[in-house]
Design a protein around this ligand. Structure first.
Ligand SMILES: [Zn+2]
Length: 292
């Protein structure tokens, strides 16, 4: 998908800042929703999917903990990542995350959210091609138009709040431009899962962190992730079965936090039955701080 940020065909004027009250459940990600994607994958992308397949099979047959215990560099996923805010999209796994970065956060929460980003050392906001969150914020527009609106909005907000701004093109993204391939969501309660790109062998997945955007927004991101994974924008929906389900990996600092998070998220996963399962990883923060 090709898009020019500075040269899109409409003037967004003031209307772009119209408050977003729409929550994810209002959006039509149903199986019958119209799809304009070409579902063919390039050979390179097919290859990567096979790698994801193999890695996921190992997780299905054991557990996430067991799987990552065989990845020597897994600890690097908890090191410092890039200093940017990216979408939770599996194609943009850099820095810290939210739906569209922050596109779906209520406006009244933006100020404190940006303060937290500054405190966390985040220096850059990003937008990206084919953004589902942009599609939700600017519903009724085509994807390319919604992406352009989001890019302009994020660019403007970045300037106003002293962040740099960057657009991530379809070519740079870690998923095919025509759809989603995530069969995992990494739900990070620890605030430490910041650099999955440093690790070879992690299946591509949505990355959701509750530390900066807060619990409610993070939970909502899980709802969005599932709607995408089981909706018409997924290229791997047919691979998801009760034996090989979508996995939500809860990264938490204690068993208690895992249980609490899982109990909370169950309300969202319930409609998907056996097609979604939970797994977890206990983040030993002290251990990681020492080894960093
Ligand atoms: Zn996005």
């Amino acid at each position: 998908m090709e898009m020019k940020n500075d040269n899109h065909p409409f003037d967004n004027g003031d209307q772009e800042l119209e408050e977003v009250k729409k929550i994810a459940t209002d959006v039509d990600y149903s199986v019958d929703a119209p799809v304009n994607h070409d579902h063919k994958l390039t050979p390179k992308e097919e290859n990567k999917l096979v790698i994801d397949d193999e890695n996921l099979k190992e997780i299905y047959h054991s557990s996430f903990v067991e799987y990552v215990s065989k990845i020597p560099d897994f600890i690097l996923a908890f090191g410092e990542g890039e200093k940017c805010l990216c979408c939770m999209d599996e194609g943009t796994p850099w820095g810290r995350h939210g739906a569209g970065g922050f596109l779906l956060l209520p406006e009244e929460q933006l100020k404190s959210f940006f303060e937290k980003l500054h405190e966390a050392g985040i220096t850059e906001l990003t937008s990206h091609d084919g953004c589902g969150a942009a599609g939700l914020k600017y519903s009724g527009l085509s994807q390319i138009e919604a992406d352009a609106m989001a890019a302009d909005y994020i660019k403007k907000i970045a300037k106003e709040n002293n962040f740099k701004y960057r657009h991530i093109s379809a070519e740079e993204m870690k998923r095919p431009p025509n759809g989603h391939i995530a069969r995992v969501a990494y739900f990070d309660c620890s605030g430490k899962f910041r650099n999955p790109m440093a690790v070879n062998g992690l299946p591509r997945g949505f990355i959701i962190g509750e530390e900066l955007e807060g619990q409610e927004a993070a939970d909502n991101d899980i709802a969005i992730a599932l709607k995408i994974a089981f909706g018409p924008h997924s290229l791997v929906k047919s691979k998801l079965t009760k034996d090989e389900p979508f996995i939500i990996v809860i990264m938490a600092e204690s068993e208690k936090q895992v249980t609490e998070t899982q109990n909370r998220l169950k309300k969202i996963t319930e409609p998907y039955g056996d097609l979604v399962k939970f797994d977890n990883f206990i983040v030993d923060v002290q251990d990681f701080d020492q080894k960093k």
